[in-house]
Design a protein around this ligand. Structure first.
Ligand SMILES: *Cc1c(COP(=O)(O)O)cnc(C)c1O
Length: 798
């Protein structure tokens, strides 16, 4: 939008005046942020209204992206970028004696997700708006986001994340769009005069679902889509309520489950899932009926996407609405439902596949259970003659006394996709093998993508400017144009500038580390980065062994020259995940031991930055030289931090897992550091049962020394934690093949130290990564969803 600097200053001062009845010099930074946020909202309010009309006038099909997590990051800078106001606002604030970065950092970072899943949903919201897709998010407005992480004595301590303390400038509460979600009670089928059966219920617990809408601004296109987050409240009809009742209701949207790698087997989680699924579907059907004639058009005008299994109950909920309230027959309702629904699977970890005990499910959601039982009955009836009882028993929605959410999601959708080619193959051959036999045509791959706007344009402005100067600014709209940077591999001056950009970003990170942690790090060292949730399969432990190896090497040969390194971690562990927390303690203890050892000096440093989240990621990623993507092959469905890091010029030290494989293909394996077991080798170990971790320990004296250091007092202060980790590897045979991959990993780490000294060549390879990263832009990924799955129009990308 158009705005002069003078006008902006005038508007901002008047906003301050209106809000606080005082002068600018008398306001706090958070107060300035709120005023700026309100102003930006006001600037954008017409676009939000116009967008709804634009889609209506074009009879555009609506996409609803259901996700129990959204991890949008701070929105001020991103909204300004997309509105094309960033430069004007920065300049205006400077002229008023204020600093944009300071104000921007006062914004709370909404942690309404655990990690990759929630961040993907946020990147896709941004991409849908930028592609002019009528894309709506649907999720939960958690009163408290993911815990705030602090370290005490090296242990993770979880503090509540009171992100709404100052309110949320970006949201609009819409009381008129509220609806009632029902739990529990009894339901029976009442015969009607026309012979049909109408379900009746009594003694239900009614919850009011109130939507809070957040505008999602498209990039330079006057589009503002909506992210709708639901909050649970007491319904106005509840004339009397006990404190207990009120607590039970507000509990539903109180906290985010701090785990995305375990199915949380708790009633509250199931209540959360049905709550936002039901409220979302009710509001979709209501909006549809207000704008269209005839429920039978639903499949043409609405697409509902199920991001992982948590929103799967949209399927029986849609059936319920169509049959019980719109009086469709089962057959019509089922045709419409499957036309509308599509599902993305995000994991092959068995422990993350959601199931619910039937007894609990029935009590909490009796009508929904009836519908699932009928889906199950019909599935068995139709498929058994074709595929046989054994396969149908294995794949039906109900089995082993459980409601199996992933199976229900596949059966009730017309499309199911994995998030990287390898992952999709594993769905077909392993996790969802039986359902792949029944519905082969439903399976497809959609490799994940990232919002280049946030992860390069905003997070790495020095790089973005260098790219503008080199190839012009069209890449900002069309990230695949980044490939036109590749010829600059031969341009020494460009490579030098690329090195300077990295240095600038390292200086910024070093300053943050010094200021917040009191650790001084060199900016000429290799910044070796591993940032992601703490989980055994992601193998932060392998990285710790490399650190110990480097440490012992310096201690053993103090005179030998070494290439300085800084190992950078960011990771939260689920509060109940004991082993992950032990690894956190280990990293912190090793960090203290190394950082404080005068014999080491500044040659080796370890920084574990607390409270990893989107904002910390934005600080670390532009400064990274090496991107550690070292999960056990087959365990990481895609990964997306691998993509963000490559786009910022880091070289991947990576296993053949998830999208690492595609990154190697796109950028050239010679520009990465691949290593380790391949999926078939991991599976061979499983099938033959012949993995013996102790063999690796016995055969490699260096590895033996590292492991022994966990329990022989070399690393001080971890008698129990050290023993536990040691035992996981040797007594319990190393579930994630850390020892099997150790030697190949270390070999690549040594190669990195040699290669880093040749900076021009390193920068050439860094550039190869940046140039190939357009491949993984969320805009392209979302365009493929739009074409293949949702069948909605979108703006062309070129
Ligand atoms: C991208 C991102 C993730 C996902 O990281 P992976 O390494 O792919 O697991 C997690 N958390 C945050 C804050 C992110 O930005």
């Amino acid at each position: 939008m158009k705005l002069t600097c003078a006008q902006f200053k005038k508007d901002f001062l008047s906003e301050i005046e209106t809000l606080y009845s005082t002068s600018l010099s008398d306001t706090s930074t958070i107060g300035q942020f709120i005023a700026l946020g309100q102003l930006v909202r006001r600037y954008n309010s017409q676009s939000w209204t116009r967008t709804a009309k634009f889609y209506r006038d074009h009879h555009q099909k609506q996409v609803y992206y259901f996700s129990i997590e959204f991890l949008p990051g701070r929105l001020l800078a991103s909204n300004l970028l997309n509105l094309n106001l960033l430069t004007t606002v920065k300049k205006g604030l400077t002229e008023l004696g204020l600093d944009f970065e300071t104000i921007s950092q006062a914004e709370p970072d909404p942690a309404l997700g655990n990690g990759g899943l929630g961040r993907l949903a946020a990147c896709y919201m941004d991409a849908m708006a930028s592609l002019k897709i009528a894309g709506n998010g649907n999720g939960i407005r958690y009163r408290y986001g993911l815990f705030k992480q602090v370290f005490m004595d090296g242990y993770q301590v979880e503090l509540p994340d009171d992100w709404l303390h100052h309110g949320n400038v970006w949201e609009t509460r819409r009381d008129n769009k509220s609806c009632i979600v029902q739990f529990g009670g009894n339901v029976w089928l009442q015969p009607q005069a026309d012979g049909s059966l109408q379900p009746q219920s009594e003694n239900t617990e009614d919850v009011l679902a109130v939507p809070y809408d957040v505008g999602i601004v498209g990039y330079h296109n006057d589009i503002t889509n909506t992210l709708r987050l639901w909050s649970a409240e007491l319904p106005p009809s509840a004339t009397y309520s006990s404190q207990d009742q009120r607590d039970r209701i507000s509990e539903i949207t109180k906290v985010l489950y701090p785990d995305d790698s375990n199915s949380a087997g708790q009633q509250l989680r199931l209540r959360q899932e049905y709550f936002f699924s039901s409220a979302g579907v009710q509001s979709i059907v209501r909006d549809f009926c207000a704008t269209h004639h005839g429920i039978k058009l639903l499949g043409k005008k609405v697409a509902i996407h199920i991001n992982d299994t948590h929103p799967t109950l949209v399927i029986p909920e849609m059936m319920r609405l169509l049959m019980d309230e719109h009086h469709c027959s089962w057959e019509v309702a089922w045709t419409l439902t499957t036309q509308v629904m599509s599902y993305t699977n995000h994991t092959i970890l068995q422990e993350a596949l959601e199931t619910w005990p039937i007894d609990m499910f029935k009590n909490l959601l009796p009508r929904i259970y009836q519908i699932i039982a009928e889906i199950d009955r019909r599935y068995r009836e139709q498929q058994t003659p074709i595929f046989g009882k054994a396969l149908v028993d294995q794949t039906a929605p109900l089995g082993n006394g459980q409601v199996r959410m992933a199976y229900l999601a596949v059966i009730g959708s017309h499309s199911v996709n994995g998030v990287a080619p390898l992952h999709t193959e594993l769905l077909k051959t392993d996790v969802l093998r039986g359902l792949y036999q029944v519905y082969p045509e439903r399976f497809n791959n959609k490799t994940n993508g990232i919002a280049t706007r946030r992860w390069v344009q905003l997070a790495n402005q020095p790089l973005a400017q260098l790219i503008d100067q080199t190839i012009g600014s069209d890449w900002r709209r069309q990230p695949d144009l980044l490939q036109t940077l590749l010829p600059y591999q031969q341009d020494d001056h460009f490579l030098y500038q690329l090195g300077q950009v990295k240095l600038t970003n390292k200086q910024a990170l070093a300053a943050y580390v010094q200021r917040t942690m009191g650790i001084k790090i060199r900016t000429d060292a290799i910044y070796d980065v591993q940032i992601k949730r703490l989980h055994a399969y992601k193998r932060q432990l392998l990285h710790v062994f490399e650190i110990l190896r480097e440490y012992f090497a310096i201690k053993d040969h103090p005179q030998q020259p070494v290439v300085p390194r800084v190992h950078i971690f960011g990771a939260k562990a689920a509060p109940s995940y004991h082993y992950a927390k032990a690894i956190i303690k280990l990293i912190n203890v090793v960090a203290d031991m190394v950082n404080q050892d005068p014999a080491i000096g500044d040659r080796l440093k370890i920084v574990f930055i607390p409270n990893y989240g989107v904002s910390i990621a934005e600080l670390i990623i532009p400064a990274a030289d090496v991107s550690e993507q070292i999960s056990t092959a087959s365990k990481e469905a895609s990964g997306t931090s691998n993509m963000k890091l490559m786009a910022n010029g880091a070289l991947s030290l990576a296993t053949y897992d998830g999208a690492n494989i595609d990154i190697m293909q796109a950028a050239g394996a010679e520009n990465e550091y691949p290593f380790g077991l391949k999926v078939n080798e991991v599976y061979d170990y499983y099938h033959r049962g012949n993995y013996h971790a102790a063999d690796f320990y016995d055969a490699d004296p260096e590895l033996k020394r590292l492991l022994d250091s966990l329990i022989d007092g070399t690393i001080p202060g971890i008698p129990t934690v050290g023993r536990e980790i040691y035992d996981s590897l040797l007594r319990y045979n190393d579930e994630f093949f850390v020892l099997a991959d150790y030697r190949a990993y270390v070999t690549q780490q040594q190669q990195i130290s040699r290669d880093f000294q040749n900076q021009p060549t390193w920068q050439q390879r860094s550039l190869a990564n940046i140039a190939a990263s357009g491949h993984f832009a969320a805009d392209l990924a979302v365009a493929r969803y739009a074409d293949d799955i949702w069948q909605v129009p979108h703006e062309r990308l070129n």
